[in-house]
Design a protein around this ligand. Structure first.
Ligand code: MGD
Ligand code: MGD
Ligand code: SF4
Ligand code: MO
Length: 717
């Protein structure tokens, strides 16, 4: 394997091409020196966003400021119980001791590790290796479990591989019909909206499925507003109509799929009138959807968190994939199924080993061949690698029980985990908590040791965006003195725990090892180097990209003899990644939510995002311009429901579930179903939405049901 040459940070005065720290679009941006800091400039040559940025990206440098971020390690004082400044030596010693003590007393599995989908590929890889090799623990998972894990599971089941979009986003502009299910793209990935607008301008139709009339739904030719948690029935009803109205592509189904008869029979049990009763979507709208989707020469279904964050998310996405397969879409030009992955490295973060059941290259921890390959790269005995551990919520729920020490990197579960008050209490009951973060998040504030780390513009690393496009995110500024990178932290801890070698601090060195560990795996990065990623417009390389010059059979862009493999923008053109090369239909049937409304809790709560805040808000709540645009939590409710509860727009209202209570201002709007309320989850305190949510898990993906639970509303006083 050829080593890659180091990539230099740009000299002062020049513009460094890099990427936004936040979502999975990974918009290209330029960073130019401005006084002491940097300012964002457009980078129009980068294809995905073509220079456009949302307000979060434009204001991202504000979080680089020493005024809002951590600049020195903190340790809990034995004397006062508060967090006090410490040296790096002292802080790392304490973490190493905390982990070693726990392991000695209770065994390796008493040490937990929790990662994040915002971490670069290098960090995610190093974190997984640290858990398995240094700690020897099976107890590692990450916040991506809360994100797109149901789509990942359904994609693997149907296609044998999980890559969010199996085609470049630009294909969306040229397709004929898009059904966008539970995505509020206009607020969550604004620069991507242009692909949908272009598609409509080209004569295509946009169908949006969302219980709310969002800014995205406003762009639609047809807006279906199902009851939260009923997408599975909706997709089955549509498949029923596809069959009834003769839109099945029999030739494709025979040539490229398996399992159709069972899936067809399951769908035929879902009569349109029955589906209307479950979902609240009128039969004429179902028919209109099928007419548009069935008639279009090219068509796509794209899902996001709406249908995925359900305790039946895997089957739900499976039902939408069935609809695509029956009409002959996946693996055809400008057509197919895709998931809009969420976090900055949501895709790469799930490929390189921070997931409980996984080794680098999207390999399975239970596969003896995979264990042998990765163990050889790591220089350890395959037998020494632990087996699969618990999923994210189950791990958080076990804290203070059999998991007694936790190292957390890149997540803020006190705000973002389901049933958050319980999770917070579990975290408080730990013997030892270490958090590496950029800011003092609500979770970091509970730690015994807080390690202040560098962030995006201060370090180089790779991320893999929602298209499976591997990108180089370059360093543009020096970090403030006193902070170290996550790779430094892992190196320092590994060294203290007896692994002086194997945890380099240079990102490129880590990436070169990752390439070897991923070689031959599903997500094969072996042919990707920093040098290639830095070339041209920095438009990146799509995985799989094996090492060498042999083309991969069946891919559009297989490398010709003598030319390195070009990467794989489009998957499945010849065959699917299953053993027999066929996509698999899965026979699924509708079922209810884990918690349905009743007399005591008669209203459905669903949760999600607003444009100007990001996730737990740890970063964006520290940016004045974003706080001005989205100052605090609220509950969105229909005028009829508001009248019944006796609240007017702006009045405080208590939202109460079996798990907790949050008090927030009412935002009255006719754009939501009268049986449903919506809360964003970006804030801690009184308005913390996640004290209400239900931790019911999908049986396959272990995704919690963030999008449905039962609540009642109370007007205070
Ligand atoms: N501004 C902003 N952008 C972000 C983020 C952020 O925090 N803020 N986070 C990033 C991340 S990690 C992610 S995962 C993505 C998420 O991106 P999206 O999935 O677009 O975001 P959400 O708001 O969680 O959910 C999308 C929509 O699902 C709808 N919905 C709720 N329940 C249901 C249901 O049962 N069925 C259907 N069909 N729809 C339902 C909601 O009304 C909401 O409009 O955004 C990324 N981009
Ligand atoms: N009710 C409800 N809850 C949800 C969701 C929902 O739709 N509804 N969505 C879920 C989804 S999709 C997601 S992805 C999760 C996200 O929720 P979280 O996992 O809490 O995500 P963030 O708020 O992005 O937390 C990232 C933390 O890492 C820090 N950080 C940023 N960069 C780095 C770095 O390079 N290194 C280190 N060490 N730290 C860094 C940030 O400052 C921040 O504190 O929330 C989930 N929770
Ligand atoms: S859309 Fe996402 S990647 Fe692009 S600027 Fe906004 S937050 Fe950053
Ligand atoms: Mo996410």
């Amino acid at each position: 394997m050829q080593p890659s040459r180091p990539v230099q940070a740009a000299a002062p005065g020049t513009v460094t091409p890099t990427h936004c720290p936040y979502c999975a679009l990974q918009c290209g941006m330029g960073l130019a020196r401005a006084g002491e800091g940097v300012k964002v400039v457009e980078r129009p040559a980068f294809p995905v966003n073509g220079g456009a940025l949302c307000g979060k990206g434009r204001t991202a440098p504000a979080v680089l400021s020493s005024r809002v971020r951590l600049t020195e390690p903190l340790v809990r004082s034995h004397a006062t119980g508060g967090l006090v400044p410490a040296t790096w030596e002292e802080a790392l010693d304490r973490v190493a001791e905390g982990l070693a003590r726990t392991r000695a007393a209770y065994g390796a599995d008493a040490c937990g590790v929790f990662g994040g989908g915002g971490l670069t590929n290098e960090k995610a890889y190093a974190l997984g290796k640290f858990a398995r090799v240094v700690l020897g623990t099976s107890q590692i998972d990450y916040n991506g479990r809360f994100c797109m894990s149901s789509a990942a599971a359904a994609g693997q089941r149907a296609f044998g591989v999980d890559r969010g979009l199996p085609f470049p986003l630009a294909d969306v502009a040229r397709t004929g019909c898009v059904i966008l299910v539970g995505s509020n793209l206009a607020e969550t990935m604004p620069p991507a909206l242009r692909y949908l607008t272009e598609m409509k301008d080209n004569g295509g139709s946009l169908i949006v499925v969302d219980p709310r009339r969002t800014r995205t739904a406003e762009q639609a030719d047809l807006h279906l507003a199902p009851r939260p948690g009923t997408d599975l029935a909706l997709a089955l009803g549509l498949l029923h109509l596809v069959v009834a109205e003769g839109h099945v592509d029999e030739e494709y189904v025979a040539a490229r799929t398996s399992g159709w008869e069972e899936a067809r029979a399951a769908a035929m049990a879902h009569w349109p009138e029955h589906v209307e009763r479950i979902t609240g979507v009128p039969v004429p709208q179902l028919r209109e959807t099928v007419r548009r989707f069935g008639a279009a020469e090219h068509a796509m279904v794209l899902t996001a968190r709406g249908p995925e964050q359900q305790a039946k998310g895997t089957d739900t996405v499976g039902a939408w994939i069935n609809l695509c397969l029956a009409t002959g879409r996946p693996g055809r030009p400008l057509s197919g199924y895709g998931c809009l992955t969420g976090q900055g490295n949501g895709q790469g973060g799930r490929e390189h080993g921070q997931k409980a059941d996984q080794l680098p290259g999207y390999r399975k921890l239970t596969d003896p061949g995979a264990r042998a390959h990765v163990a050889a790269v790591w220089g350890v005995d395959p037998e020494s690698l632990p087996g699969p551990g618990r999923s994210a919520y189950e791990l958080l729920d076990a804290l203070g029980g059999d998991v007694r020490a936790l190292l957390l990197m890149g997540s803020n579960p006190v705000v973002s985990a389901p049933r958050a008050a319980h999770v917070e209490q579990r975290i408080r009951s730990l013997d030892f908590l270490a958090v590496a973060d950029v800011v003092l998040s609500e979770t970091a504030a509970l730690a015994d040791v807080v390690l202040p780390v560098t962030q995006w513009a201060e370090e180089t690393g790779t991320v893999t965006n929602l298209e499976g496009r591997v990108l180089l995110r370059r360093k543009a500024v020096d970090p403030p003195p006193g902070v170290r990178s996550d790779l430094d932290v892992l190196h320092g801890l590994a060294d203290r725990l007896g692994h002086g070698k194997g945890f380099p601090t240079e990102p490129e060195e880590v990436f070169d090892e990752l390439r070897r560990a991923s070689a031959g795996g599903i997500a094969d990065y072996a042919g990707i180097t920093y040098e290639r990623l830095a070339a041209g417009n920095g438009e990146g390389v799509f995985w799989p990209c094996p090492e060498g010059t042999e083309g991969t059979e069946g891919t559009e862009t297989a490398g010709a003899a003598g030319v390195p493999h070009a990467g794989t923008p489009r998957l499945f053109l010849e065959r699917f990644a299953t053993d027999d090369g066929r996509a698999r239909f899965v026979a699924v049937a509708h079922r209810g939510a884990a918690e349905e409304p009743d007399a005591e809790y008669p209203v459905l709560l669903t949760t999600g995002r607003v444009l100007a805040q990001y996730q737990s808000g740890a970063q964006t709540r520290r940016v004045a311009e974003l706080n001005a645009a989205a100052p605090g939590p609220f509950v969105e409710l229909h005028p009829r429901l508001a009248a019944r509860v006796g609240v007017a727009d702006g009045d405080p209202v208590a939202v109460v579930s079996r798990r907790g209570r949050a008090t927030v201002p009412a935002r009255v709007t006719a754009g939501i179903r009268p049986d449903t309320v919506f809360m964003p989850f970006h804030w801690p305190g009184e308005g913390r939405a996640n004290v209400l949510t239900h931790p019911a898990l999908d049986p396959v993906s272990r995704m919690p049901e963030f999008k449905v639970c039962a609540v009642r509303l109370e007007a205070p006083g």
